[in-house]
Design a protein around this ligand. Structure first.
Ligand SMILES: Nc1ncnc2c1ncn2[C@@H]1O[C@H](COP(=O)(O)OP(=O)(O)OP(=O)(O)O)[C@@H](O)[C@H]1O
Ligand SMILES: [Mg+2]
Length: 224
């Protein structure tokens, strides 16, 4: 489903340019759980932005479900994101003073899904993300870090994406809570067949995936 071929990304700032990705190629099949691992500054977030159709590469191709995403306009990229991709970030970007259920329904409001259907789909996503129904009417500031991250996962699931991208999703969590969140990803993969790409600089986190792609200084160094 994902095919990255000879991707490069060069950031330019006036006369100064920096090559953050250098000739990266790999494939990820439907239903895989892959970790992308590398030290700080190695290009992980840059790669995730390209995979997530938030940015395009400087050169190379990115095929997502056979469609070349590398040359699309900003509007076309936004459509791809809405249709196919769910994001979970390190910082929990939930709306404050807004209920769990409403936070999860939000992407569907933008999509124009009707009220009852929105609620039904949000509940399915919250169940899949493993958040107990007793918390669904809580405000996001009444939740623990791990619960908040599960809401973020539910929100990433709610538009039924083919691909879930998580950039350091446990970076702000203590290790116990992090384990719970990571096993949630594992369950989504094994029981719900979701394709997951998990970005991390920690080996213990990457071990939750079935395959690890290592990057360093913007190049793919090995795969396990
Ligand atoms: N918009 C930008 N303009 C210029 N340079 C950038 C930009 N974004 C990232 N970089 C540079 O590209 C390199 C890779 O950055 P990236 O954010 O992809 O690293 P990372 O692997 O995600 O690191 P971390 O683990 O710290 O999040 C870094 O050297 C960074 O300074
Ligand atoms: Mg990063």
């Amino acid at each position: 489903m994902i095919e990255i071929k000879n991707i490069t990304k060069t950031y330019r700032d006036g006369d100064i340019s920096f090559q953050a990705l250098d000739n990266v190629s790999f494939q990820i099949k439907d239903g895989e759980f892959v970790a992308i691992m590398g030290p700080s500054g190695s290009g992980k977030s840059t790669l995730m932005h390209i995979l997530g159709a938030l940015d395009t590469p400087t050169s190379g191709t990115y095929l997502l479900d056979g469609q070349d995403v590398s040359t699309l306009s900003d509007n076309e990229l936004a459509d791809i994101r809405q249709d196919k991709i769910g994001f979970v970030f390190q910082s929990f970007n939930l709306l404050p003073r807004t209920t769990v259920l409403r936070n999860v329904m939000l992407p569907l409001i933008y999509e124009g899904v009707r009220g009852e259907e929105r609620k039904r789909r949000a509940e399915v996503a919250l169940r899949a993300a493993g958040l107990d129904a007793t918390h669904w009417s809580h405000l996001s500031n009444q939740l623990s870090g791990g619960q908040i991250q599960r809401v973020a996962i539910a929100r990433a699931l709610v538009n039924n994406p083919t691909l879930i991208l998580a950039d350091e999703p446990t970076g702000n969590l203590d290790s116990k809570t992090g384990e719970i969140v990571l096993s949630t990803f594992q369950k989504l993969n094994t029981e719900h067949g979701r394709t997951i790409v998990l970005i991390t600089h920690e080996r213990e986190v990457a071990e939750y995936a079935k395959r690890i792609i290592f990057i360093k200084d913007g190049t793919l160094v090995k795969q396990l």
